[in-house]
Design a protein around this ligand. Structure first.
Ligand code: HPA
Length: 274
C-alpha cells in the first residue's frame, strides 16, 4: 500500500531532522550545486530512504537534503528519478509525494533541457508556464491515492504568482531568460530533428526527460509549483552539434553559479508566502 510506504519514508526522514520543510526543490542534471547553499540538517541518500528508488545517472547524485536557506526550511532533491531508467512513474514521483506528506506546500522543479526555439542560446533559462506531456504515461494512472482527487485540474499547473517571482529573481540576477512550455518526453534518446520541429510547432519552448510526472503528482497533492529549465543545448537540428550528456552537464556546470543565485533569490522572495 502506497499510504503505508509514504508513512515509512516520512517516519524515516523525521527521525533524522526536526525541521518541517515547507519549500521543496528538485535540482536537475548538473544543477545540484545549490545544495552547498543549504545549511544542512539531514543529508540522506535515496538508497537509505524506505521505498525510494535509486538513480544511476551521472550528474544525478540521488540525495535528499533537509536544511535551511535564509531560515527557510527546505527539502532539496539533489538529482531525481527518471522513467527512462526503467522505473514506473509511480516510483519516479514517490519522493515528490513524500515531500507532500512531510508538509512541503511549494515546489520548484528544475531541469536541464533542449531549447526548441532558434532565439534561445545554451546557458539561457526558461520559466515554465505550462507543459505538453509527450511521455505517453501519467503517474496518477491506477487507483487514486488519497493525497488528492481522482481528476486533477491543470489550469495554472505552474503557479502564476510563483512564475512572476521567478521572473523577478532572474531579472534581479541579470540572467537571460525566456518563458514558455516544457515538452516532457520519455527518453533516453534525444529527439529527432523532425520531432524538434513538431514540438516547436506545437508551441514547445524546451524539451526534456523529466519534470512532467513530478508536476502532475505535485498538483494532485495540492502543491504550488514553479518550474525552471536550464537550456543546455538547442534541440536536434537547430544546431550542427550532435547531443551528448557530457555537453549537457558541461553547460549546466557553466551556469551553476547563476542558477544558484537565482534559486537563492527566489527562496528569499517566497519566504513570506510559504
Ligand atoms: N532533449 C531532451 N532532454 C534533454 C535535452 C534535449 O535536447 N537537453 C537536456 N536534456
Amino acid at each position: 500500500m502506497i499510504e503505508k510506504q509514504l508513512e515509512d519514508a516520512e517516519r524515516f526522514i523525521e527521525r533524522h531532522t526536526r525541521l518541517k520543510p515547507r519549500f521543496g526543490l528538485v535540482l536537475g542534471s548538473g544543477l545540484s550545486g545549490f545544495g552547498t547553499r543549504i545549511l544542512v540538517d539531514a543529508d540522506l541518500a535515496f538508497s537509505e530512504i524506505p521505498h525510494f528508488a535509486t538513480s544511476h545517472v551521472d550528474g544525478h547524485p540521488g540525495r535528499l537534503l533537509i536544511g535551511t536557506v535564509d531560515d527557510v526550511p527546505v527539502a532539496a532533491m539533489l538529482g531525481r528519478l527518471h522513467a527512462y531508467e526503467g522505473l514506473s512513474f509511480q516510483q519516479v514521483v514517490f519522493p515528490i509525494r513524500t515531500l507532500a506528506v512531510l508538509g512541503v506546500k511549494t515546489l520548484l522543479v528544475t531541469n536541464a533541457a533542449g531549447g526548441l526555439q532558434s532565439k534561445m542560446k545554451p546557458g539561457d533559462f526558461m520559466v515554465i508556464n505550462d507543459h505538453l506531456n509527450f511521455t505517453g504515461d501519467n503517474p496518477l494512472r491506477g487507483p487514486n491515492i488519497p493525497l488528492g482527487p481522482r481528476f486533477v485540474d491543470l489550469t495554472d499547473a505552474y503557479d502564476p504568482g510563483l512564475r512572476k517571482v521567478l521572473k523577478e529573481s532572474l531579472k534581479a540576477e541579470k540572467v537571460r531568460a525566456h518563458e514558455g512550455v516544457y515538452v516532457g518526453v520519455m527518453g533516453p534518446t534525444y529527439e529527432t530533428a523532425a520531432e524538434v520541429k513538431f514540438y516547436a510547432k506545437m508551441g514547445g519552448g524546451t524539451v526534456g526527460m523529466s519534470t512532467v510526472a513530478e508536476v502532475l503528482a505535485a498538483r494532485h497533492a495540492g502543491l504550488r509549483v514553479a518550474g525552471l529549465s536550464c537550456i543546455t543545448n538547442l534541440g536536434t537540428g537547430l544546431s550542427k552539434e550532435p547531443l551528448t550528456h557530457e555537453d549537457v552537464k558541461a553547460v549546466a556546470a557553466q551556469v551553476a553559479g547563476k542558477f544558484e543565485r537565482v534559486v537563492t533569490n527566489f527562496t528569499r522572495k517566497i519566504k513570506s508566502r510559504l
